[in-house]
Every structure is written in C-alpha cells, then in structure tokens.
Ligand binder design. Sequence first.
Ligand SMILES: [Cu+2]
Length: 305
Amino acid sequence: MTGVLRVLCVALAAVTMFGFGGLAGPDAALASLGQPSPWQLGMQEAAAPVMKDVVWFHDLLLWIITAIVALVLLLLVVVTLRFNAKANPTPSRTTHNTLIEVLWTVVPVIILVVIAVPSFRIMFVQLNTPQADVTVKATGKQWFWSYAYPDQGKFEFDSLMVPEGELKPGQPRLLAVDNEMVVPVGKVVRVQVTGADVIHAFAVPSFGIKIDAVPGRLNETWFKAEREGVYYGQCSELCGKDHAFMPIAVRVVSEQAFTAWVEDAKKKYAAVPPPADAPIAVAATAAALPGAAAPQLAVAQAVAD
Ligand SMILES: [Cu+2]
C-alpha cells in the first residue's frame, strides 16, 4: 500500500513539475503572436503592457496554486500513512491546537493579500485610460463589427469574417476579416465599445482587453500595441447563431502607414454615413432595426394563424 502511494506521489510531482515548466515559460515555440496556435499552453504572447501584467499575474497565481496543491497533497499522504488504524492503533485525543489554528487563519489571509494587491493594481491600469492618441469606436452587430474613427474624418466601415473558402494564404480560419481595424504602433488607442442590437464583447487577448458591447451604453478600454502585426480576437459574449463568426482583427502599423491608410480609408468609406455619436442614438438605431421587432411579429403572426 505504502509503495503504491509513494509511486503515485512521485508520478504526480513529476507531472506537476513538467506541466508547470511548460506553462510558466514564454512558450515561444507554441504560441504565435496575435493568434492562438495548435496545442498552445498558456496565454497568447503579450503585445501590450497591460497583457504583460496579466501574464505575470497569471504565472504568479500558478506558482501559488501549485504550492497549495502540493502542500495539501503532502498533508493527505502524511495523514494516510502515519495515522491509519494499522500504523497508529491508539489515536491521540487532541482536539485543539492554538498555534496551528492561528497559522491556518493567518497564512491564507497573507496569501489573499499577496494576490489582491497586484490584482487591484492591474485592474486600475486596465480601467484608467491614459491620454489617448487615437480613438476607435467599435460597434458589435449581429454578426460583425463596425469601426469608426471619429478624430480621423469620421469614416466608418464594417468588418466581416472571411469565409473559409475565400481565405488567402496566411489568413487564419475563423479569425481573418475583410476590413481590419488599423492602428499605429506605440500609441495609446482608446476603444469605445457599444452594441447595436444585443450584447457582444470586444476582446483581443494579446492586448489584454475584453469589454462588453452593450446597446445604449458606451464602454471604454485601451491598449498600446508595442509591435507591428495583426492581432486577432473574437466576440466574447454569446450573441446569437453567428457569435463564433464575428472575429476582430487589429492591424498595427507604423505611424506613416497609419496616416496613409487613413487617407485611403476616408475615400474608400466615404459613402458610409458618419456614425451616431451618442449611445442613446445607437440604442434608438437598434430599436429601429427591422430585425429587432421581427421575432415578436413572427410570434404574433403565428398566434393569429
Ligand atoms: Cu457578438
């Protein structure tokens, strides 16, 4: 019995250590920048300061939880081996031990404080938008995103997923879009997020952002991309049948390339009317959408029939 337990312990320790090594490292071989990769362990590589903090915090929690699991396992093994009926025929009648009771109260409190301090710090960093260089308004719609650039000429365009049959080489399946959101590298980008019909959520893992797109409400988040490239995300609030098919693609380019893109975009999307600025107006648009009232109408029709 003891032999079996020892073998089990060693095996568990080995698995924990192996898995831990894989998760704690940057995993450059497995995670590619800006998108998930097959057999990926851990998070996508960080491309913004906030995400670096998130990854650091995640790794800290992993150390803490591993230590706790290892300690509990060790205690269980010790109890099983030392205090079973065979090894310990006359049990002690101890019921209280002040020292250990103080310890198992104080130590968890210390652990929680160690977790809470960086947790709150990162939350404040995420929620406090610094002075923004570029503002982009992202509107979630069933089932695509629209991006507006209110400070660059108020153009707005729709961004739809590229269907599987039309993917060009290098475009990831279910993530590539026809019109990417374009931002300059190294600049603070403020993203104002709202929904036009139901609740969606704007999320880009490499930037460490995820925020709900709520009809009638303007939420705000921010990121500062540190490297050029394309970064993908997905709608992260179940929003209907094509929820899985409204990806987010953010192309980070140099400042000159961004200025050039803005000039092109102004002409290309000029036909699209300027977006409604006030969230109330967005809600009004959502209510006025023909699709919004359709289900109730259909039900009424069915009842009447
Ligand atoms: Cu959605």
